[in-house]
Design a protein around this ligand. Structure first.
Ligand code: BDP
Length: 730
């Protein structure tokens, strides 16, 4: 009997231990497990013994909850909460308006400098008692300061004598979701939509709050929650009632609700037989609908609009311009302080070079948009490719509010199966110098409003998380969500610095983990470029799903959806001539960027085939010919994945086994796919160029026909996968 009991007990204990340590990634970077470094933990404990809050509001309560969770978790000790100062160990949070303690510090000038969303985090004395303070002009500033403090603890930074003043450099820091109302997520690879329309508005899934916490912790202040290929029904009362509940959950976290709308809504609702933006009835319809939206959501952020793009309706259908379309919506939202975020992602099948189109279309309209319209521009001129030069609209548009759109979800980076930290890509874009007003006019500075004088600027990240327990499918897609938010707050932070933060918060402080995994993160994007489309090749993706390669794809209704359109490979050479002898898209850049890109001898090799059609025998910096260099890069990409695998293997035992195994298995998939990308591509380009793959490389195992067949069979094993079901698009 005793033995049976002992057995049962040990079984129960084992199970409990198993559950306690099971790590499913749900908490993302807000993990708050007890800090392992006990001396650091003791220091923090002494400095942050009492949480002193003498005010209350939904947002302050959110900050208090977070501190309770964070400090109790990290410091492994119950937090004392009080409304007056203790002799020492005080943490005081608040604004001068709602906290007498903060008001007594007379911070008004310094708080004015950090603006409405900024904060001051420092150690000082209040009534001669030592205190760590988080002070801001607004409650949401306090919340941001709170998350900053927690981040310092999570990453193991000393707070002794801390003096931090921080303010977001970019005004609108949005996330976009491409969620359909049937809960399938376009280009979403982590389950169904987070928004459970069936149980809303009655049930507030606690996950909505965790979602808001996650975003607030990196400074996100707006969310557009439905697909830009928008279902008009989102503006129906039935859906607005549900959306309003989500907005209520987001509000304390400083996140404004935005909705993607369908330009044809007045028709789709059956109210009118036109959606012409100059029609008085249409204008009134939008005014009435906007008013309705504000009845449900008084602080509604605004509309996100994809118009006249990829089959979406828009003003062109009525021979009106984008400005006329956007301004009509802007007028409807203006009385309520709402914004129109109008996407610049447009391209017409008739044009000679898709690269040129958004610029040609929107530069002609510069200055014609109302003050509450923002143009949302993808980072590159085509479409979230693994590497693109920056869109020339950055530095081009001077009199139109702009916003940068980045993609976190890995549409072109192997879905949620490949590891591809996007920090280096985002950094590359933000640091790109447009030379709009001479040297130093980087995209980041333009967005920070340091170059022109926009009324509004912003950044948007297409994040597409879903119901997967860990939100993003691949645990490392979390890092791209994280880096997006951190860079939107401060585009001067480096991708490497942010990777360190994220790893410390999400995994471990152990340098035996941080060093190799830091290398993996630094290399992963470039590896993805190398095994997919090196040297400035682009859009070689299989059609529709965009998972695997299809460089052979050459015939379609729209040539600008084929790979051949982009690579232009022939027996003599490869690449798209965008210099004066070709489409002359280089003219859209300011000098000296234009001259640099136009000059085959000086163009950075990673952009070479974006701008030049180059002879296969062209000598590259390495001394190899272009053909040899191309092959070299493809093989290098695969080697990089193998290195990533070795590095990952070296961290076994340093982190939880669950996530270790998960990433390890995904890296095996990544290697399999990288080899297929490489072999498909080099086999195809060998067939076009008539060249052979040098002997020093292992030869592809199969012939071209074999690789072609994989496009529809292998890469999309599940025909019901949302990615393969999405519209038959490029
Ligand atoms: C493309 C995607 C498509 C999106 C489109 C967009 O393939 O699913 O709808 O961008 O951004 O990259 O509107």
């Amino acid at each position: 009997m005793v033995r049976i009991c002992a057995f049962v007990l040990s079984f129960v204990l084992l199970c409990a231990a198993g559950f306690a340590s099971a790590e499913d990634g749900y908490r993302m970077w807000l993990r708050y497990d007890p800090l392992e470094n006990t001396s650091l933990r003791n220091d923090y404990r002494a400095q942050l013994r009492h949480l002193v809050v003498d005010s209350e509001s939904d947002t302050i309560n959110a900050a208090v909850n977070e501190l309770r969770m964070g400090l109790e978790g990290l410091l492994d000790r119950k937090l004392s909460e009080r409304d007056s100062l203790a002799r020492r160990g005080n943490l005081v949070i608040g604004t001068p308006e709602n906290s007498a303690l903060i008001a007594s510090l007379d911070l008004s000038e310094r708080l004015a400098q950090v603006g409405p969303e900024g904060f001051i985090l420092e150690q000082t004395r209040i009534n001669r008692r030592p205190a760590t303070i988080v002070a801001a002009q607004t409650d949401v500033g306090v919340l941001y300061g709170t998350f900053h403090l927690l981040r310092l603890l999570q990453t193991g930074e000393s707070i002794e004598g801390i003096q931090v003043s921080s303010a977001p450099k970019v005004q609108h820091r949005m996330v976009n979701h491409w969620d359909n109302l049937d809960r399938l997520v376009e280009r979403g690879y982590a389950g169904l939509s987070l928004w459970d329309w069936g149980t809303l508005p009655n049930y507030k899934d606690p996950r909505y709050t965790d979602y808001a916490r996650m975003n607030a912790s990196i400074g996100i202040n707006g969310a557009a929650i439905n697909n830009v290929n928008a279902d008009p029904r989102i503006l129906s009362d039935q859906f607005l009632e549900k959306v309003a509940v989500l907005a209520d959950v987001f509000r304390p976290y400083g996140i404004k609700m935005y909705l993607s709308i369908n330009f044809d809504s007045p028709r789709a609702f059956g109210d009118l037989d036109t959606a012409d933006p100059l029609d008085p009835g249409v204008r009134q319809w939008w005014k009435d609908r906007a008013a309705k939206v504000y009845e449900y959501i008084p602080d509604f952020g605004g509309f996100l609009v994809k118009a006249d793009s990829e089959g979406q309706p828009g003003p062109h259908g009525y021979q009106r311009t984008h400005a006329e379309g956007a301004n009509m919506l802007a007028e409807a939202l203006e009385p309520f302080g709402g914004l129109v975020v109008w996407r610049a992602f447009v391209y017409d099948p008739e044009q000679e070079d898709r690269f040129r189109e958004a610029y040609d279309e929107f530069m002609a309209l510069d200055g014609k948009f109302n003050d509450n319209v923002i143009l949302q521009i993808k980072n590159g001129p085509i479409d979230f490719q693994p590497r693109e030069p920056f869109s020339p609209l950055f530095g081009g548009l001077e009199d139109t509010n702009i916003m940068l759109e980045l993609q976190v979800t890995q549409e072109y980076f192997g879905f949620s199966y490949h590891l591809a930290y996007q920090g280096p890509l985002f950094e590359e874009v933000l640091q790109s110098d447009t030379y709009a007003k001479g040297e130093g006019s980087t995209v980041g500075k333009i967005l920070g409003n340091e170059v022109f004088e926009y009324k509004h600027t912003g950044m948007a990240g297409v994040i597409n998380p879903g119901t997967d327990r860990n939100w993003t499918g691949h645990p490392f897609v979390q890092s791209s969500w994280y880096v997006y938010g951190r860079m939107a707050w401060d585009y001067e932070l480096t991708s490497e610095q942010i990777a360190q933060e994220w790893m410390r918060m999400t995994f471990s402080h152990d340098s035996r983990f941080l060093d190799p995994v830091g290398d993996i993160m630094a290399e992963s994007r470039e590896a993805g470029v190398n095994y997919r489309n090196p040297l400035g090749l682009t859009h070689l993706f299989a059609q529709g799903h965009h998972y695997g390669p299809a460089p052979w794809y050459a015939e379609a209704d729209r040539l600008d959806w084929t790979a051949a359109y982009y690579h232009r490979a022939s027996a003599s050479g490869i690449g798209f001539d965008r210099t004066a002898s070709g489409s002359n898209a280089v003219e859209q850049y300011h000098k000296p960027v234009r001259d640099l890109f136009a000059d085959l001898d000086r163009v950075p090799e990673e952009f070479m085939l974006w701008f030049h059609h180059v002879d296969w025998d062209h000598k590259m910096a390495s001394g190899r010919t272009l053909w040899e260099e191309l092959v070299h890069k493809y093989y290098q990409g695969v080697e990089q994945v193998k290195t990533m695998q070795r590095q990952w293997d070296s961290v076994e035992g340093l982190i939880d086994q669950e996530r270790f195994e998960h990433v390890k298995a995904l890296l095996e998939i990544q290697l399999r796919d990288a080899i297929r990308w490489r072999d498909s591509s080099v086999t195809y380009f060998a067939s076009v160029s008539g060249r052979v793959i040098p002997d020093e490389y292992p030869q592809p195992e199969h012939d071209l026909e074999y690789y072609k067949a994989l496009e529809r069979t292998f890469y999309v094993p599940d025909p019901w996968h949302p990615a393969s079901r999405s519209r038959a698009l490029n």
